[in-house]
Design a protein around this ligand. Sequence first.
Ligand code: PMP
Length: 393
Amino acid sequence: MSEARRAYLDHNATSPLRAEARAAMLELLDAPGNPSSVHADGRAARARVERAREQVAALCGAPRAGVVFTSGATEANALVLHPQLEVAGRPVSCDVLLTNGAEHLSVLRGHRFAPEQVEVLPVDGQGYLDLNALEASLVRHGAAGRRALVSLMAANNETGILQPVIEVANLAAAHGAVIHCDAVQAAGRVALDAEALPVDFLTLSAHKVGGPQGAGALVARHADSRVRAPLIPGGGQERGRRGGTENVAAIAGFGAAAAAAATGREEEAIRLSGLRDRLEKGIVRFIQDARIVGEGAQRLPNTSCVIFAGLKAETLVIALDLAHVSVSAGSACSSGKVGASHVLTAMGMEPDAAGAAIRFSLGWSSTADDVDLALASLERVVPHVRSRAARAA
Ligand code: PMP
C-alpha cells in the first residue's frame, strides 16, 4: 500500500536534508580520520572540515577563520553570550546583555551573563525591537560606564519578521557596544553579508538550511574576534574556541547545505514568497477572519504565522497532521507545552489569539502541491475544529 502524500510545511522547525548534504555525509561515514590526526586519513578529515568552513563562511561573507563549529545554534548562542569577548583582536568586557522578548529561548536565557546583567527590551505589536528603548538603555548604561552586548535575531522563527539589524548595529557602534545576531532563520533566505548584517558575531544552525541536525556555528565577522572563555575547552579543537572531536560528517553536510542554500538564493526567495502568498491568499479566501501576523511588515519569504480565532492551535495542528499536513503551533521548541507563544505574548497579543496561531514555513522542498494540499485540508478541518470548540465552550 502506498503512503499518502504529506505536505511538510515546518521548515523553520527543521528543513529536510538536502541531497547535497546527504551525499557529503554518506561519503564521510566510511572515512576513519580524526581531523586532529597527522596521518593521511586525519588530513583527509581535516580537509573536509576546512572545506565546510569555507562554505559556511561564504554563506555569510565572513572570513574562514571566523567560523567555529558547534553542536547547533543553541550551543553557539550559549558560547557567545559571555561578558568576556575579543573583537578584532581587542579584549572587550561587557557588563550587560541587551536582548528582547521576541528572541529564541536559547538567547533569552542569557547564558553566562548573571541574571541581573540581562535586560529584556520590549518589542512593538509587529515584533520589531523598540529602538527608542534600546537607545535609552545604551545611553543609561554608557553614562554609568557599562558596556553592552546587544543580541538581536535577524528573523523571528515564529513570525518571520526581519529585525532592523542595520539600525541596531549603528546604535550599538555609536555606544561602543558589541553586537551578536542569531541569524538561524535568515540563513539561506536573505543576505547575511557584512552590509546586510553589520554585526560582530552571528549564529547559524545546519538543520535550518537543509543540513543535518546537531551542527551549527558561531561566526565572527573578523578572524581575530572570539569569546575569551570557551564553553567547552576540551582538547583545544577549533583553535581553542570549542573543544571536542569535530563531527566531521555533520560539518561536511552543513557545508554542502550552506553552499546549496547560497546558490540561487534570490530566485528561491522569489519562488518561496510566491508560494507563501498563494497560501495566505487561499486561507483568507475561505476563512475570512484569519489574521496574518506581520502582514505588511518586512518578513522572511517563507514564513506565515496565521491566527485562526476561536480555536486552539494544538487542536488544529493535530487535525492537520491527520490530514497529512505538518505545521507548528508557535515554535517547535515550545510545542508540547501548554501556553501561548512567548513571542506573540511579547508583541502584546491576547492569550486567546496567541494560543490560536499556526506557523506555516516553507523551504527548498516545498511545492505548489504542498500549499494546495494544506489549503484543501484547512478548508475542511478549520470549520470542523471550530464547531467542536464552540460546542465544548
Ligand atoms: N535560534 C533560532 C531563531 C531558532 O529558530 C532555533 C531553532 N528553533 C535555534 C536558535 C536553536 O537551533 P538549534 O536547533 O540548532 O539548537
